[in-house]
Design a protein around this ligand. Sequence first.
Ligand code: EPU
Length: 424
Amino acid sequence: MDCLVINGGHRLRGTLRVSGAKNAALPIMAAALLADGPSTIEDVPDLHDIQSQIDLLKMLGAEVVRTGSTIRIEVKDTGNSHAPYDVVRKMRASICVLGPLLAKRGIARVSMPGGCAIGDRPVDLHLRGLEALGASIDLENGDIVAKAKRLHGGAIFLGGNFGSTVLGTANVMSAATLAEGTTVIESAACEPEIVDLANYLRAMGAKITGDGTPRITIEGVTSLRGASHRIIPDRIEAGTFMIAAAITNGELQIDNVRPDHLMAFIDKLRAIGVIAEESGTGVIVSSQRNLRAVSLTTQPYPGFPTDLQAQFMALLTTADGNSIITEKIFPDRFMHVAELSRLGARIHREGPTVIVEGPRQLIGAPVMASDLRASAALVLAGLAARDTTTVNRVYHIDRGYEKIELRLKAVGADIQRKDEKDID
Ligand code: EPU
């Protein structure tokens, strides 16, 4: 298994380009199953999760050809509509084939996803939404089996105890494009990835309005054509690079960024004293130590994203004072706390809230990545730490960041990928 070995303390300087968004690409690739012709998706990052989605689409009868960062998807055979446990276990986002398969083929069998390192992750809202469109849903041998001759429009409330659901909104919105009549999703997720999916679906001929707001209206059509689409920049990768600049007191020009997708995050960066300025199609981020503590709460978009909570926590260990972080989306998403503590951070957890005491000089140590964003937080902490940090189980980071070590190296980080066996 690979690990990342980081000798910290180097200021990062230079330019980085952000890739297309993984969390936009995954549901968009699934939605290509709705089309009657080929779709071309551009700026798709080269990540393990994307490869898993390609493998799944092939299993479901699509021909998928990747040329650089462009993927062409065309359904050739509709005989198999089963996403088995082996695939869903590896990548929870496989659930986003449920809506497209059901709407296009009248049947979908998708293994029920389990929990994961960031906590319980139910899919009740996805299922309630599809039921409201007229699907019958059963659980057979661990598979969700959804059936409907033709879906019909309906009014659907997708709010749960933790806000809306992003992939649930993607599933119901995708399915409703081919339903008979009009669907209104109330308490829809407003994330930019949902707007990106709606843009792709519209290019295919779908009639959708209101995406980006809590009420999305979809007027069903009888068929959709293939379309070309370019994926939006990954706001979470952009945020991670911005923190990399700040935590190393460096200065990075980060290209292919939509600052309007990161307003809550940039607001907090500025509140602690980081300088972030828009420049062309990106941002320039720099910092001169002397960061201040802050309190923040993760929330559905446009609030502070849960997917940047771990990375921001790493940064706050270097800020002066007690910071308070409350996690409102996944209240158990704190696997990184114990690992950051191994690097010398002082963090106290009380339920969904942690207090980060700073500033602390982090000191390198071997640490274990538990999930994608926790791994990113540990890499960031390693960049700031004195001595050597070894981040084990780095396959988590490969799920969401393309060639992270090469890109960080190019802007001055001392970071190398090694086989865990070769580490003393
Ligand atoms: N929830 C329910 N019932 C459901 C669905 C969700 O109670 O049927 C709850 C969840 O347990 C959670 C909250 O609603 O408390 C929000 O979950 P959501 O469904 O929005 O999460 P998701 O769609 O499964 C996506 C991203 C996650 C990101 C979340 C929240 C993808 C592939 N994944 O997951 O990204 O954290 O939205 O923004 O888009 C990551 O990239 O590291 C990642 C985990």
